[in-house]
Design a protein around this ligand. Structure first.
Ligand code: FAD
Length: 472
């Protein structure tokens, strides 16, 4: 393999060879470990090309030598898609050095970027042009646009702006044969045959390497205001969502659900964060309304919605943030739930989606089944209710060790995922499949759908060198 790595180094040329091919354990370590620290793989080397042409040359070389490639962006994925397996036969191909904003067109409202650009840098480039790039998630300081596209990431703006797929107009991709497909079209209408762009989005690096993208921009809202409503049940949260959508329409830019247990966890581990209510309520909804007119308009919409919610007996209590700092404080409560969970110990996680209308029935159906099977277990249920996406996590009963409870993972998954399937939902709403959920995918997708997916993979990557063992 020394000869292979020498050929990789030769592609960089002498000037660029310093950190181009990493092959010592210490240098490779951060690229081999998954974000949550649950798994560490092994690799022949980590390759860090500095241009699209170098990516293409490296892929051609890997195809010739039959070396599997694991594409990697920020390595923040949560399903073991961006790390190699333990065999040590693959290379990790990091896109981190492809980090240029190529151009921004304020009239077409598009930005064209390299795949390795950090999400936050795209947001900042958009803001500098008085535009909004609406993709936003807690990993935005580390994750890359290529990774966001490859996982079709969701985040907090989906209700108004859609997933990453909806935000993308064009792609540039290096195929498994090492050819460059330049589909960087900034077109909102283009019905010229099969949609290759949509094939690569959400493919988790199994069909090719995304090297560039044209992403949509939006007018930056003049103001966003936030409220936290205390509610008796998930059913009431759905009624509030419907009411807020009726009154605010597209101005409703966020709607998150959190249970009392989630906020109690946040209060336990982050006591400095605000505690908006004196007494707990069973559920909470965080609403965000944005206006392109003025702050007064946003406040009027929000207060109107909350007033109607009280009149209809939907909300028990509410706080409306009257400053940016207060609004950030409310969002912090939501954003700190995963951190509070992590501080509390490991638990069994599910990233599921359901038809919005069936979410309350799903929770009412599934929670008793879990209690029956694992008496005293604690449900950490929160998520992007407006998108039908729940993080439906199961923690051990009080006093039971978190690690010890993990032996129930497969049995807990069965209860939750069977219920998801019965309600017409999905076992992966936004994190993807990777290696972690591959067996679950095989269980819940129909044979017809799996065969179509296998046929696409075989047609585009007949040597099976692109991220093998992920998804399928
Ligand atoms: P990586 O982790 O490096 O890779 C992810 C997958 O994409 C892998 O399969 C990899 O092989 C492939 N890949 C990466 N780059 C390319 C490329 N250029 N071409 C082809 N394949 C590629 N996700 C959500 O959807 N919503 C959330 O709210 C959310 N919140 C998160 C919060 C935290 C704290 C963390 C750690 C993660 C969160 N995620 C969330 C997970 C999310 O998938 C990732 O954060 C992000 O989209 C992945 O980007 P990345 O650059 O880190 O990709």
């Amino acid at each position: 393999m020394t000869a292979f790595l020498d050929r990789c180094r030769a592609i960089a040329g002498a000037a660029d060879s310093v950190d181009y091919v990493l092959d010592t354990p210490a240098a490779m370590a951060p690229y081999l470990r998954d974000w949550r620290g649950r798994f560490t793989g092994n690799a022949l080397a980590v390759l860090r090309p500095g241009s699209v042409d170098e990516v293409a040359q490296l892929v051609r070389l890997c195809a010739e030598e039959r070396v599997p490639i694991v594409p990697q962006g920020g390595n923040t994925g949560l399903v073991l898609g961006s790390v190699p397996d333990a065999s040590g036969t693959a290379v990790v191909l990091s896109l981190a050095r492809l980090d240029r904003i190529r151009s921004l067109d304020p009239v077409n409202r598009t930005v064209t970027v390299d795949a390795g650009v950090i999400l936050q840098h795209v947001q900042e480039a958009a803001a500098a042009a008085d535009c909004l790039f609406p993709l936003s998630l807690a990993a935005e300081g580390s994750c890359t646009i290529g990774g966001n596209l490859s996982t079709n990431a969701g985040g907090t703006g989906v209700l108004r702006y859609g997933n990453t797929r909806e935000l993308c107009l064009g792609l540039e991709v290096v195929t498994p044969q090492g050819e460059i497909w330049s589909g960087l079209r900034g077109l909102r209408k283009d019905n010229t045959g099969y949609d290759l762009r949509d094939l690569y989005i959400g493919a988790e690096g199994t069909l090719g390497i995304i090297t560039g993208a044209v992403m949509k921009l939006y007018p930056a809202p003049k103001a966003s205001v936030t409220a936290l409503a205390a509610l008796p049940s998930p059913e009431h949260a759905l009624r509030l969502l419907s009411l807020a959508q009726d009154r605010a329409g597209a101005s409703l830019t966020g709607f998150e659900l959190m249970s009392a247990f989630c906020l109690a966890l946040v209060a336990k581990h982050f006591p400095a964060l605000p505690r908006p209510f004196a007494a707990p309520s069973p559920q909470y909804a965080l609403l965000e309304i944005s206006s392109n007119e003025s702050e007064a308009h946003a406040v009027a919409l929000l207060e109107g919605a909350m007033g109607a919610a009280f009149e209809a007996g939907i909300a028990l209590d509410a706080v409306v943030a009257t400053s940016v700092a207060q609004s950030r404080g409310l969002w912090h409560l939501r954003e700190h739930i995963p951190l509070a969970q992590a501080a509390d110990g490991k638990n069994i996680k599910h990233d599921i989606s359901l038809p919005v209308s069936s979410i309350a029935r799903f929770i009412a159906h599934t929670e008793p089944l879990l209690q029956q099977a694992f008496p005293g277990c604690q449900l950490v249920c929160f998520g992007h209710l407006g998108d039908g996406n729940l993080h439906f996590n199961v923690a051990p009963p009080p006093g039971i060790d978190n690690e010890a409870f993990l032996v129930n993972q497969a049995a807990v998954n069965r209860v939750v995922h069977d219920a998801v399937a019965a309600f017409g939902g999905s076992i992966s709403a936004e994190h993807g499949i990777g290696a972690l959920k591959r067996d679950e995918l095989a269980r819940y997708k129909s044979p017809v759908e799996l065969n179509l997916m296998r046929a696409i993979k075989a047609a585009l990557d007949p040597l099976n060198i692109m991220n093998p063992g992920k998804i399928l």
